[in-house]
Design a protein around this ligand. Structure first.
Ligand code: NAD
Length: 248
């Protein structure tokens, strides 16, 4: 039975979608949560209120994870407010889709900057804290697209594949300090991100799922909670697909 009582977690992009589901799941298992959001304070405060109802401590923090400076300030603030960090979930992500021929250079850079460099920035900012603590759980949200590639998502797939390389490298660096670093690779999950897809693309994605249903945020949250738990203490550098069989 997973028990995260007394653990403190940072979940980036937890004002909505998968991040919110992860924040609520960790809180339901006893963890306190730093709810990190990019723009929508109201939504982040809603997540905080829902966590508090579960009896855990929570606070909302505005942070653009693509800035190392902002990430470092965030981590200092969270350590001051919560007394330490045990779990880091790098979930913040964006898409700017298009075929390479028409993809603007800034759209490639922006997606790499938020999805991949954002995860690096958060890991770099918490690295010493976890090293000194000789304990930590880092869970990076990748995507099955980072494993298989996807036409129209060269920037996003590159970032998500990069997250897998980042995960495995940092797992090797921190293993001796009992810090585990894993990635979860979601398939096609029902959130605002996928809600904005054209109907035809949604249909095609659904048809590619052997289980014939979209995933829910909770499906991802369950995997994250397991990787954050003591039960997963001997698992590191792993990429766990949660995709209804989409990338078999
Ligand atoms: P979403 O768009 O609903 O939520 C993304 C969150 O990231 C939001 O809270 C947003 O505020 C935050 N964010 C965006 N830019 C940020 C920045 N610069 N700094 C801090 N926070 C920022 O998306 P989602 O579907 O919930 O996706 C969550 C994660 O899961 C993303 O990394 C996404 O790539 C990944 N993912 C999603 C799916 C899917 O099907 N929805 C599939 C595979 C992977």
């Amino acid at each position: 039975m997973i028990n995260l009582t007394g653990k403190n977690a940072i979940v980036t992009g937890s004002s909505r979608g998968i991040g919110k589901a992860v924040a609520l799941k960790l809180a339901s298992l006893g963890a306190n949560v730093a709810v990190v959001y990019a723009g929508n304070r109201e939504k982040a405060e809603e997540t905080v209120a829902e966590i508090e109802k579960l009896g855990a401590k929570a606070k909302a923090y505005s942070c653009d994870v693509s800035s190392l400076h902002d990430a470092q300030n965030l981590v200092s603030e969270v350590i001051a407010d919560f007394g330490g960090i045990d779990i880091l979930v790098n979930n913040a992500g964006i898409i700017k889709d298009g075929l390479v021929l028409s993809m603007k250079e800034e759209d490639f850079d922006k997606v790499i900057s938020v999805n991949l460099k954002g995860s690096f920035n958060m890991i770099k900012s918490t690295y010493q804290h976890f090293m000194k603590k000789r304990y930590g759980r880092i869970i990076n949200i990748s995507s099955v697209v980072g494993i298989n590639g996807n036409a129209g998502q060269a920037n996003y797939a590159s970032a998500k594949a990069g997250i897998i390389g980042l995960t495995k490298s940092v797992a090797k660096e921190l293993a001796a300090r009992k810090v585990t670093v894993n990635a979860v690779a979601p398939g096609f999950i029902d959130t605002d991100m996928t809600g904005s897809m054209p109907e035809k693309a949604r249909e095609a994605a659904l048809n590619a799922i052997p289980m014939k249903r979209m995933g829910q945020g909770e499906d991802i949250a369950n995997a994250v909670a397991f990787l954050a738990s003591d039960e997963a203490s001997y698992i590191t550098g792993e990429v766990l697909k949660v995709d209804g069989g989409m990338a078999i």
